[in-house]
Design a protein around this ligand. Structure first.
Ligand code: NDP
Length: 293
């Protein structure tokens, strides 16, 4: 039976450490890191995410600024708001909650954020810095996944990693992060042939596909570590809804050496890493080292 990697606990520990770091940052430099979150429209899932982000930021000692805008907000208004926040020294991180209403060009908006304040790590400059090994902002979900892998394994050098999924927000940055850690990395996707055999080669499997329970226990090499990024809401035979990952947990837990559950695995780490990125950005903006915990 696999070791269960408890993302909820890991995220709570990380937030606890950051709370101390932020307190000493404030004490030493008289600066409170600021995170601005922009929500356009009434999407219920986005409202929950934004509320959680704001609550957790505040609990850690970050100044959380929320801009809740009408669904009808124009692209020009949003771009002006971002330009103002780019100039505001009290704001270290800017996050625009996706999806945006259809009349707004999401790429144009994300690209308008100052890369040094882009705590989501989606700006092309940060994408480039990650792939060239520079000092950019790293997307939160892959960063949280890497932190859990490093905590469990220590050094990842030489391990065979397979990332299933090649999206810009998870699969590709995960590939770059694992490559930086000197893993031998394969990226599988919807056109990959014999995907089960490809996955079976992996010491580390990261599943980010958005297909409920795609990766079966029989695909996993015995003893491998499985990071399940997927969040899928399904309806059970009894008509209830529940969250499942992209990995079939019940069969995979029998074969893997370690596995993240859904919920309670990668999900909680994503918000914790957003706060982490805000602290990193605040230190860089003020040319100071990351404080000790
Ligand atoms: P995307 O839809 O952007 O990308 C999915 C990727 O999976 C694509 O590269 C696609 O391949 C590949 N894929 C789809 N079907 C198959 C298949 N049958 N076999 C192999 N590969 C396949 O998804 P995201 O990366 O945005 O998200 C992936 C999952 O992670 C989702 O469940 C999402 O909810 C979750 N997620 C969780 C987060 C968290 O905080 N835990 C944060 C972000 C996402 P191709 O390119 O060929 O189409």
């Amino acid at each position: 039976m696999a070791h269960i990697i408890d993302g909820k606990q890991f995220a709570a520990n990380l937030r606890g450490k950051m709370t101390k770091q932020i307190a000493s940052f404030k004490e030493q430099h008289d600066i409170v890191p600021g995170l601005a979150v922009v929500l356009v429209g009434e999407d219920p899932a986005s409202q929950v995410y934004v509320r959680n982000k704001g609550k957790q930021a505040t609990e850690c000692g970050i100044n959380s600024i929320e801009h809740k805008l009408e669904e009808t907000t124009s692209e020009a208004f949003l771009l002006d708001l971002i330009a103002d926040m780019n100039q505001d020294p009290a704001i270290n991180g800017i996050l625009v909650q996706l999806p945006l209403p259809k009349h707004i060009d999401a790429d144009k908006v994300l690209n308008a954020i100052d890369p040094a304040k882009d705590v989501d790590g989606f700006h092309p400059i940060n994408v480039g810095l990650l792939s060239t090994g520079g000092k950019g902002m790293i997307p939160c979900t892959p960063l949280g996944s890497l932190m859990m892998l490093q905590d469990y394994h220590g050094d990842l050098t030489g391990m065979n990693a397979v990332v299933v999924g090649r999206s810009n927000i998870v699969g590709k940055p995960m590939f770059n992060l694992l490559l930086q850690q000197s893993c031998t990395v394969t990226v599988a996707h919807s056109r990959t042939k014999n995907i089960e055999e490809v996955v079976r080669e992996a010491d580390i499997v990261v599943a980010a596909v958005g297909v409920p329970e795609l990766v079966k226990g029989a695909w996993i090499k015995p003893g491998a570590t499985v990071i399940d990024v997927g969040i899928n809401r399904i309806t059970t035979d009894e008509g209830k809804t529940k969250l499942v990952g992209d990995v079939e947990f019940d069969s995979a837990v029998e074969v893997a050496g370690a596995i993240t559950p859904v919920p309670g695995g990668v999900g909680p780490m994503t918000i914790a890493c957003l706060l982490y990125n805000t602290l990193v950005a605040a230190c860089r903006h003020n040319n100071v080292e990351m404080p000790e915990a």
